[in-house]
Design a protein around this ligand. Structure first.
Ligand SMILES: Cc1ncc(COP(=O)(O)O)c(C=O)c1O
Length: 461
């Protein structure tokens, strides 16, 4: 054994023990952190010491110091924002990705990770019933996926209008009209900002946050013929879980030559469940799709997917050429042609591992299980005095009010302080709400019961 591998052994052995301890503590500890980042900074901050420290001891120090500031996102009773946990195969594969330390940009230099990612991409397209010829890029998350897909959209609609945006930039370019639902996720606006496309044009939505087809038809009619149009739809509203009416919206937009993008950060996975097929009817007719693997699929952060039907547009927007790179000519092109980064970790490998470990039926079961738990939570909460469930619970999201905004905020604060479960507050359709997002594979009937009981207690006190 070399001195170097001995050094690794000790640090990794300690990291393994600390992570095991962390994972086994998750069911017992309060879900929320016990300190703020500002508190913790006192402990981990200060000037960088002059002298180094043994790496294994650094691992011990890290584990001890971080512990009070860790959120138990992997708990079956964590329902905050939209954050999934981590399936065992995903966590283990993610560790291997770090251990292998492959720079996953080039097929030629890192064939193992390239092949695993390509295989995962094919499995995904099949599972989600998307065109088998679509290009898939592994990005950090849905924000970067929205950016990547909309960069491809910008290329395509401007090319159709006779403008080469990669060569000539945006100055003097035809205006790109970007239509979005009034309740799109804010990262759509962020992606448009990165792309220099400015503020989008919001289209009215219904009481569940779905884009209204009549309002969309009106908005499209107001755009002069021949002008470039991008339409952003949504699979899974963060508050209601609602899905836009894809079949009608895609048809209307395509009649006008628009590019249709779907932000399905957590909702695209509904396409893997036959029971949810009504929600995703017409979804596959869009031009690009965003999703996260680190949400519904429960792989570790950071892992999003940018899926684009027109691979020419994707590569025109994202491709890079440098003389020292070795382009692959034996397969479907290099990973770096499909994402914003040149160098990156092989974040698609945990996706491969989780898909392999679940199989097709397991993915369907995972999605159906999350939806069933959301339904159980909604009916448990609806039975509590003074609780109003505000959305139609069609997927994984539940939004409730406890009467006045003030009371909803108070109950939310008491619930978080109690620590049995974690649900986050928000504002939706002019009201303060408690949002429940069921995203964790490990949530079971006991977690649902304990969480509903905790809400009942917070509402009673
Ligand atoms: C619909 C939707 N789009 C985009 C995002 C942003 O995802 P990420 O945090 O992975 O960048 C989210 C996050 O919750 C989301 O729910």
């Amino acid at each position: 054994m070399t001195a170097q591998s001995k050094t690794y052994d000790e640090s990794l052995a300690r990291a393994y023990e600390h992570v095991r301890r962390w994972l086994s503590s998750i069911d017992e500890r309060p879900v929320g952190p016990r300190v703020t980042a500002t508190d913790l900074l006192e402990d981990v901050g200060g000037p960088l010491p002059d002298d180094g420290k043994d790496p294994a001891e650094v691992v011990d120090e890290l584990a001890a110091k971080a512990d009070p500031g860790l959120m138990a996102i992997g708990s079956g009773r964590f329902f905050g924002w939209v954050m999934g946990g981590t399936l065992p195969a995903g966590l283990a594969a993610d560790w291997m990705v770090s251990g292998w330390d492959q720079n996953a940009g080039m097929r030629y230099s890192t064939p193992a990770t390239a092949a695993l990612e390509e295989s995962a991409a094919r499995w995904l397209l099949e599972l989600l019933h998307l065109p088998s010829t679509a290009d898939v890029g592994f990005v950090t998350g849905a924000t970067m996926s929205n950016f990547t897909c909309l960069a491809a959209a910008r290329h395509a609609v401007l090319a159709t209008a006779g403008w080469d945006v990669e060569r000539d930039g945006l100055t003097g370019a035809p205006k790109v009209h970007v239509l979005v639902g009034a309740e799109r996720h804010d990262t759509i606006d962020l992606a448009l900002r990165y792309l220099g496309l400015g503020q989008p044009e919001p289209v009215g939505s219904d009481e569940q946050g779905r884009i209204r087809v009549d309002a969309l038809a009106e908005a499209l009619a107001a755009i002069p013929q021949g002008e470039p149009i991008v339409l952003c739809l949504q699979a899974g509203n963060v508050h209601s879980g609602a899905f836009d009416p894809f079949a009608e919206a895609v048809a209307l937009a395509h009649e006008r030559g628009a590019w249709v993008h779907v932000d399905g950060a957590f909702g695209l996975w509904a396409a893997a469940s036959p029971a949810l097929s009504d929600l995703v009817e017409g979804l596959s007719g869009a031009d690009s799709w965003t999703t996260d693997a680190h949400k519904t699929l429960n792989v570790p952060y950071d892992c999003g997917l940018a899926i684009v039907a027109d691979s020419v547009a994707m590569r025109a927007a994202m491709g890079v050429h440098a003389s020292y790179l070795v382009p692959d000519e034996t397969g479907p092109g290099d990973p770096y042609e499909k994402v914003p980064e040149l160098s990156r970790r092989a974040r698609g490998v945990p996706v491969w591992a989780v898909l392999r470990s679940l199989g097709r039926q397991g993915v369907t079961g995972l999605v159906d299980g999350l939806v069933a738990n959301a339904g159980e939570i909604a009916s448990g909460l609806a039975a509590i005095d003074g609780v109003e469930v505000l959305n139609d619970v069609v997927y994984t999201q539940v939004c409730v009010s406890f009467g006045s905004d003030e009371r909803t905020r108070e109950v939310t604060a008491r619930l978080i302080a109690d620590g049995t479960t974690w649900m986050s507050g928000s504002r939706w359709r002019g009201r303060d709400v408690l949002r429940i997002s069921v995203s964790n594979w490990s949530t079971d009937a006991r977690d649902v019961r304990l969480s509903v009981d905790a809400v009942r207690a917070a509402a009673a006190s």
